[in-house]
Design a protein around this ligand. Structure first.
Ligand SMILES: C[S@@+](CC[C@H](N)C(=O)[O-])C[C@H]1O[C@@H](n2cnc3c(N)ncnc32)[C@H](O)[C@@H]1O
Length: 164
């Protein structure tokens, strides 16, 4: 049985899609990446190891959180990554520079008020395959990977609101 609060199944993003999304968002060394629903921690590891960023992941499933902890340790980036066990609906978001999402349109919609009240106006959000309805993306990019096309929606909070 799924733990209470799990609203999205674990389907990992291919590493190349993550790289392209973080490049699109212009993630820089020292910036803070947030990933609500971080799964096995692959995005956090790529952000820390390849982009030199700090990263915070929120994950509700304990087994996945433990896998993420192991992956972060194996990659040697424990000093850059913070993992939080809990629901992204309840955990207060840190002041992230970039947010990476791979959730569902309905979940993005439910999180929208939190994006507005807890993120900075300048926060860049990249969402794999699912749009944030009501917000106008700055850019939408297609990435061919694993035999299918993945969409990356790129938003900047203040700009995407102005354009809606
Ligand atoms: C589609 S997977 C994406 C995993 C990762 N972001 C990636 O792109 O590889 C969604 C993740 O969100 C987690 N999740 C679902 N509901 C959640 C909630 N309410 N709070 C925190 N994590 C949740 C799932 O357990 C799963 O790991």
């Amino acid at each position: 049985m799924s733990p209470v609060g799990v609203t999205v199944p674990f389907v990992p993003s291919p590493p190349e899609v993550i790289r392209q999304a973080l490049k699109l968002a212009g993630l820089r060394s020292g910036e803070l990446l947030l990933e609500p629903g971080c799964g096995d921690g692959r995005t956090l590891v790529i952000a820390a190891k390849e982009f030199g960023a700090r990263a915070v992941g929120i994950e509700i499933r304990k087994d996945l959180l433990e896998t993420a902890m192991r992956n972060v340790r194996l990659a040697g980036v424990e000093d850059k990554v913070l993992l939080i066990h809990g629901s992204f609906y309840d955990v207060r978001f840190p002041p992230a520079d970039v947010v990476f999402l791979y959730l569902l349109t309905s979940v993005n919609e439910r999180l929208r008020p939190k994006f507005l009240s807890e993120l900075k106006p300048s926060t860049r959000i990249v969402s794999h395959d699912f749009a944030i309805t009501g917000w106008k993306p700055v850019e939408v990019v297609d990435v061919e990977e694993g035999g299918r096309s993945h969409k990356i929606y790129y938003y900047i909070v203040e700009e995407s609101l102005r354009k809606q």
